[in-house]
Design a protein around this ligand. Structure first.
Ligand code: AQP
Length: 343
């Protein structure tokens, strides 16, 4: 048995996080997740990043679109700075251990836990009887994604906080039920101004790749003109920007645009407001548009270049999946042993 599999072994500092290929990458995904993924790759962690295609099919996906979006997401990761030589990069369905451990966790998690998930309530809406069983069990598969690598840290946006708490509950219940210290209790990493990027059309709703309104989000593939137009048309209020953070109270759209600026510029919200306090939106929006184009155009250009060679992306994902499987397989095998499966 390797050290990593010894009960009570100190767990290695390992990062896992994923993004669904359920549409094109948004600025929310970039500021809330990918920027942090890139930083953690350069820190003292082993980093594993995944296109969670099994999660994407919890709601209907057109097969051809899913294939394209998965490759485009991989291109987005790489163009944003994820280096396949430093991080393991792959798509979930190529590593069967995720689904296998997910089943075990379906038997650990409780119905009541799942019913409390706000994402389930939001996505299933009033028609929950018609939602897929997979959508209901989504957080249990997410726990498996993380724990099949014994990941200790998970960088995510604010919206995933509740799912990560559930991952911790599953790990703790499994460890208690079987009297082991086998799964780590994972730490969420939710940091920075971009952890909750809101819709450009409604400051109370998060920016989402599956929002029916394209004007609600900035896609990482938007060209400079589209980007500037979306920012120009973003909903705001009639007042000028405040000089201090308290002045953003009750102004969700203003707060959102300032947060986006801060996230893109790597500045604190305080520092942004010191610079732009007193400006009208008609002055601020062009500054934000210029900044967004400067930061995002190189990424979208590189994505387009990478998408010219799909075979190369596929080969990278295969290599990543092999590396991921090498970590996941022994952990799953030990899990089967703990729960009493004859092997
Ligand atoms: N608006 C956001 N602000 C900050 N972070 C965000 N994330 C998503 N939207 C925002 C973070 O991106 C990572 C990947 O998310 P996901 O694609 O797996 O699922 P999601 O949170 O459901 O994202 P979307 O864009 O809203 O997808 P759809 O529309 O398919 O449901 C996560 O770390 C998430 O926190």
């Amino acid at each position: 048995m390797s050290d990593a599999l010894q009960p009570n072994a100190a767990f290695k500092k390992r990062v896992f996080s994923g993004i669904q290929p359920s549409g094109g990458l948004t600025l929310g995904n970039y500021l809330g997740a990918i920027k942090r993924f890139v930083q953690m790759q350069e820190e003292d962690y082993e980093t594993i990043y995944c296109m969670v295609d099994l999660h994407a099919i919890t709601v209907w996906q057109d097969p051809a679109a899913l294939r394209r979006q998965t490759r485009e997401l991989a291109a987005g990761f790489i163009a944003s700075g994820i280096d396949p030589a430093k991080s393991i990069l792959f798509n979930q369905s190529q590593v069967a251990e995720h689904a296998q451990l997910g089943w075990i966790f379906n038997c650990v998690a409780r119905m009541g836990w799942m019913q409390r998930m706000t994402q389930w309530k939001d996505k299933a809406g009033k028609n929950s009887q018609n939602a897929s069983l997979g959508l209901f069990a989504y957080p249990s598969l997410m726990a498996a994604d993380i724990l099949t690598y014994h990941a200790t840290h998970v960088p995510v946006g604010e919206d995933q906080k509740q799912h990560l708490e559930l991952t911790r509950d599953i790990a703790i219940k499994f460890n208690n039920d079987y009297g082991v210290e086998f799964f780590p209790v994972t730490e969420p990493v939710i940091e920075g101004a971009g952890t909750r990027v809101m819709s450009l059309r409604d400051g109370s709703k998060k920016m989402s790749k599956s929002d029916p309104s394209d004007a609600s989000r900035i896609n990482m593939t938007d060209d400079a003109d589209t980007l500037a137009k979306k920012i120009r048309k973003a909903k705001t209020d009639p007042d000028a920007l405040p000089s201090e953070i308290d002045g953003l109270e009750g102004r969700p759209e203003a707060r959102n645009l300032v947060n986006i600026y801060a996230g893109l510029a790597d500045m604190s919200v305080d520092a942004v407001l010191r610079d732009v306090g007193g400006k009208a939106f008609s002055e601020f929006k062009p500054l934000l548009a210029d900044l967004a184009v400067a930061k995002l155009a190189p990424i979208s250009g590189e994505m387009a270049r990478l998408m010219q060679n799909e075979a190369e992306i596929d080969a990278l994902l295969h290599t990543g999946a092999e590396a991921a499987r090498a970590i996941a397989a022994p952990i799953l095998e030990k899990t089967y042993e703990i729960i009493g499966m004859v092997r």
